[in-house]
Ligand binder design. Structure first.
Ligand code: 5CA
Length: 430
């Protein structure tokens, strides 16, 4: 992408009303634009990050045998009247009427719709287990939308729903998804702590939130200090279950099993939430499948959410410095920033253009700053928007046949001979 032709409305001023660093940086980097309270447009740079995260989330779901669907954003009230949630959900649910005066709602979550699908098609225990998921925009008329996309009213969620014939199966599915969540967040460059949680409006008695530790987080979590020294191999369902970690509302200070000197508390960002709730919806919607013995069984269900748009902000909270965002490679909007420090100089332009063609030819996402701007402004922009690898083409490219490489995260710099650029590009592909 040539920056001269791109749509990247970076802001010089720090927006006054943005309270947390991720919100400030998303506005300054031209990733999002506020349309109304809790409603954001995703501009090209933000859209790139969001769809990279979405891809990784979907990929990890597919790997464990979940199947992707798309359900409507507008749902009939009748399904929610069947489950009994239509009245319960309260003001967070946006209710609308169609031209025939029928009651609809903008889906805040999809247990009812998916259960209705399964009751129509799944007739035998042989068709189970099954996990279906979607990645779609939800609407919740939050009382206090704040911190940008962190707590929006419309937000992108991955929501998955599991159906099993019995409790053991449902527990095994829960565990499989729990562990895949750890891998998902890991691929996004985050370490999530799974904490025991309340199941709220979704229901059920087994629930975990996945929390990213950050001072700006809205949640308080309590956990055993042993968490801090876990190796990746130790982050299994059984091991994590054995250690104590609980969300604020689940933590009972008087009966906490962790000795006081090992109990830690921290602020966290809830990026995922999973629930096992048995037959709550399958009973209410009268779902029955034939069991192995011919008797009808009501499937056991769970639901599994990931806040995809919230993750963009959470990743920034965990990856930034004074100069701006520092994207992990896996979700960076562009992997390489190519900066021409002498735009207008024919020899320099020729070298920069040549490297640009090679990078795009190799399939690498590159943002090429070919604008007629001061080099300092160019460097600052690439730092602000967080591109992880910078290549700078300046005087030395012409005089000494070298370009400068800067690693955005470490700040480390090195010179690369023009003759070695091909090899460097090859390495970037890996
Ligand atoms: N049906 C279940 C799981 S599919 C469900 O709705 N769970 S949830 O309410 O916990 O939401 C799942 C995830 O969506 C949360 O963990 C959070 O990361 C994200 N989320 C929830 N509300 C918002 C919001 N207002 N803005 C941004 N993300 C949100």
């Amino acid at each position: 992408m040539r920056l001269s032709a791109y749509f990247l409305p970076v802001l010089k001023e720090t927006p006054a009303d943005a309270q947390i660093v991720s919100h400030r940086l998303m506005l300054r980097a031209g990733m999002v634009n506020q349309c109304a309270s809790g409603l954001y447009s995703w501009l090209p740079l933000g859209q790139r990050v969001l769809s990279k995260i979405e891809k990784i989330v979907a990929d990890e779901q597919d790997k464990i045998g979940c199947h992707r669907v798309i359900m409507p954003t507008l749902q009939p009230a009748s399904l929610w009247q069947e489950s009994g949630r239509y009245e319960d959900y309260g003001k967070e649910m946006l209710r609308v009427k169609d031209r025939h005066d029928r009651d609809l709602l903008f889906g805040p979550t999809n247990e009812e719709v998916i259960t209705d699908i399964v009751r129509q098609y799944v007739k035998s225990y042989r068709d189970l287990p099954q996990v279906l998921y979607q990645i779609t925009w939800k609407f919740r008329d939050e009382m206090r939308p704040r911190f940008g996309v962190m707590r929006g009213r419309e937000f992108l969620m991955k929501d998955g729903y599991s159906f099993d014939v019995d409790y053991e199966g449902a527990r095994a599915t829960y565990q499989r998804i729990f562990e895949s969540y750890l891998r998902t967040f890991n691929r996004l460059g985050l370490t999530a702590i799974p904490v025991k949680a309340d199941s709220g409006a979704i229901g059920g008695d087994l629930s975990h939130e996945f929390q990213i530790m950050a001072e700006t987080g809205e949640s308080t979590v309590y956990y055993d200090a042993a968490y801090d020294s876990l190796t990746p191999e130790q982050r299994t369902f059984d091991h994590l279950q054995a250690l104590y970690a609980a969300a604020d509302e689940k933590h009972d200070a008087d009966n906490c099993p962790v000795p006081a000197d090992r109990l830690k508390s921290a602020r966290g960002i809830e990026v995922g939430h999973i629930f096992y709730f048995g037959k709550k919806y399958s009973d209410a919607l009268n779902v029955k499948v034939a069991g192995a013995d011919g008797q009808a069984v009501v499937p056991e269900m769970g639901s599994y959410g990931i806040g995809v748009s919230r993750l963009v902000a959470a990743i920034i909270e965990a990856n930034h410095d004074d100069a701006g965002i520092i994207w992990p490679d896996a979700v960076a909007p562009f992997k390489v920033a190519l900066i021409s420090a002498k735009t207008g100089d024919e020899a320099c332009d020729a070298i920069a253009n040549d490297i640009y063609e090679k990078l795009t030819g190799a399939g690498i996402d590159v943002l090429f700053d070919d604008r007629n701007e001061r080099p300092g402004a160019k460097f600052a922009t690439m730092d602000l928007i967080g591109i992880p690898h910078h290549l700078i083409v300046g005087n030395k490219a012409v005089q000494e046949s070298v370009v400068e490489y800067k690693n955005r995260r470490t700040g480390a710099r090195e010179m690369i001979a023009l003759s070695a650029v091909d090899g460097w590009i090859h390495g970037m592909r890996g």
